[in-house]
Structures are given as C-alpha cells and as structure tokens.
Ligand binder design. Sequence first.
Ligand code: NAP
Length: 454
Amino acid sequence: MSSSIFTPARPLRVAVIGSGPSGIYAAEALIKQSQVPAEVDVFDRLPTPYGLVRYGVAPDHLKIKSVTTLFQKVLSDTRVRFLGNVELGKDLSVDDLRAHYDAVIYTVGASSDRRLRVPGEDLTGSLSATEFVAWYNGHPDAAARTMLLHAAGAAVVGAGNVALDVSRILAKTAGELHTSDIAAHALAALEHSQVKDVYLLARRGPLQAKFTTKELREFGELEGADVVVLPEEIAVSDEDYAAITDNVVRRNVDVLREFAAKPLAGKPRRVHLRFLVSPAALLEGAAGHVGGIKLEKNRLDEEGNAVGTGEFETLDVQMVLRSVGYQGVALPGVPFDDKRGVIPNTAGRVEGRSGEYTSGWIKRGPSGVIGTNKADSVETVNTLLADLGTLTPAPGSSREAIDALLAAREVDVVTLSDHLTLEAHELAGGQAAGRPRLKVAERGAMFEVIRSGR
Ligand code: NAP
C-alpha cells in the first residue's frame, strides 16, 4: 500500500491516546509534517486535556503551565479534535481504534508509583507522592480523598523534582499557596496543617541527586520555613568537586553548601534535606497510623550505589510520602513490559504491532521535563511516517463513524469547546477569589459546568 492513498479527501487518520504533553506534541508533529494530509483525534480518559501539566506540575509553578497556550493552539487546529472522557478498555477497545484509524499512538504516561518495599509501608499516613500530588492538584480521582495533616513531622522519600515539589508544598504558608492554583480543598486543609518538620530523604549523596538547581533554590526563599542541611551529609572532597562535569550537579552542591552554612532564622517550619539515608521501616504509632520512620545510614560503593552501614536512627514523623518514581500501567490489549513499566517499542513503533506507536513516559519511562516529550513525539511520528507504505487504511474511517460509535455507547464526549467552558469558569472563579484559577476537581461538578455551556 503506498502513502499516496491518503489524500486531502481521505487523510491519514490517527488516534492519539492521552492528551498530556507527549500526546499533544505527537498531534502537533502530525499536522506540521508535509508528507501526507493528516487528521488527529486526541483521546483522554479524563474530561480535561493536558495530563500532567494540569495534574502533575506543582500548583506554584504557574510559568511551566503556560505551555498550555501552545497546546490549546494544537487542539484548535481544524485537523485536530479533543475527545475527553473516553477511556481505552472501557469505552473503546484497541480493535475499535484499529477499525476507525489508520494508526494509533499511545501516550498515556505513567500513572502509578513505585513502592519502597519496607515494613510498615501500608500504615495509615503512608502514601505515594503521586496520590498527594493528585490531591493538591484537584485530580478528579483524588478529589474525595481526605488528607490527614495533623502530623508534626513528614518524611518525603526520594531526591527527584517530585520530592522537592511535595516538600515545598508542605512547607509553604497559606499566603504563599494562595497565589498558586492549588485545589481549594487542599488549600483549606494545608491552611490548618500542623506540619513543623519536613524531611526529604535521599538515599545517595548530593552528587547523585536527581533534582535540578532552580527547584532546589526555591527552598531558600520560603517565607515560613528554614532549610536544614547537615554539612557531613553533603561533604564532597575538593578532588570530587573538581571532577564534576555536570553543571546541574555542581550548582546543586553549591546551593546545598550555602544552605548548610546559613544560620537558621527561627521560622516556624523546617525543611531538612537529608542525604545518605534509606528508610528501613515505617513504625506503627497509634491505631495503625505511622508513628515514625527508621532510617539506615548509607555509604556509597565504587559504582555510586547506596549501601547500608548498619547504623540506624529514627525520625519522629506521622506522615510518609514516597516519591521514588512513577510507574507505567498496562493498557488493555496493548503489549507491556512489566519490568520496565513501558510499552515495548523501537523508536516509538510498538513491538509486534503494525500501525501502533507510543510516545512519552509510557514509551521511555518516567523521566525528563515537559519539553523532553517534544523530541520524543517527533521521533515517534517520524517512525510512523517512515511506515506509511505499510499501513493498512481503516475502511470507512471518518470522524462521523467514531462519533456515532461513542454516541451509541452513550459516552459523554468532552470537546475542546466544552473544555474552554470549564477553563473560562475556573479562571473567572479565580479572578473573583483573587487567585490564578479555582480548579473544579470533582467529575460531576465539571460536567455541570460543561453542560451549562452547551
Ligand atoms: P526521579 O527524578 O527519577 O527521582 C526519583 C528519586 O527516587 C531518585 O532520587 C531515586 O534515587 C529515588 N529512589 C528510587 N527508589 C528509591 C528507594 N527505594 N529508596 C529511596 N529512594 C529511591 O523521579 P521524579 O522525582 O518522580 O520525577 C520524574 C520526572 O519528572 C523527572 O524527570 C523530573 O525531573 C521531572 N519533574 C520535573 C519537574 C520540574 O522541572 N520542576 C517537577 C517534577 C518532576 P536513586 O537516584 O538513588 O535511584
């Protein structure tokens, strides 16, 4: 089959599953190329587009979220449609997609989290950063969760940017949070938070930390919290410092040294950035609740891996958030590599499948910033374009046919226009409250707003 079968009257029709950054960048790459006329339907199981930009990026990092202006431009192109509230495996199957599209790109990200695998991990008060982030960002799946913030001590396990995000949100004052787009239920709860000490626990040293300097520096600017760094835990010899080749790592060490040297100002909260410690166990307090965390001190072996020293200490914490990485989840009917948590692929082409592709975290694993997904999706689209001659066109494929199928299944599809109604509502609510936005978190409430605009 030659690529010339796709014409302006019968363009290449692609379904993108997931409207986060990698999905939007894939749609953009498809409409920007000039090899073949293309039409893209971008699906999402949620009623809102943009995935982790809406539900992952920290609420006080509003600048990062401005990328949605570009994303909205992509979804507004006449060749692109947004079909929200449509779930693969529930409302549509892979067979349905193959019957209606010439190609499918899976861009569903990594929605689950990794575990610590230590005793006590399932005690009340121990949860994943993913759950906590979903809660404060107003994710509909987490809207009803009650977060117990009576803890005086909170431990955040991990040394990536997500660990910094959750530690910072726990340490910020209500006034600081007010200027963010944090969900109203989370703002109300955090206003009454009893947290005094937040411990970020890195299992390795400052040279191995995954976080970036800009995010680390923000701890020096907190209104209501001092930063505590133990000089002995960030010790780097002159020789090792001179050997650092990565600028981010060097700047991280510089900032940590500044923090360690700075006298405490006596602010009401403290963020302790701890290194070379691993949780050995979460200790049970009253009524099945976390009552402490037992840490083992580590040293680094020659490969830079953390090795326990047999020396332990206990921290007085009542809340533990594990922030040790996201984890991809298998899609029904799509090949999956359980060990790596990704869809097995070569340059985006799903292994063993023709016409099926993948991009983003579910393709390469949960790493990189939003922009990383642009190059990743361009690679996938280039792979798809190189395969054009081998694609089997879906007979009878059209927008009308997929719309009719979803209507017959009584799926209440959310369009871009619906999304813009919700967006306008949230921004107007924000303006009235003197906040950047008032997020609607609960699904039913979202649909109430959406229907009012139809
Ligand atoms: P990450 O950067 O991969 O960090 C995961 C951290 O967990 C690492 O420090 C890792 O330490 C640690 N870890 C893993 N298993 C552990 C265990 N069993 N015990 C103790 N520590 C353990 O992941 P992330 O923080 O979830 O972030 C995901 C991606 O999103 C990253 O690329 C990140 O930069 C990006 N992101 C960016 C921003 C931003 O730009 N502002 C914000 C949020 C997220 P080891 O190195 O020792 O394995």
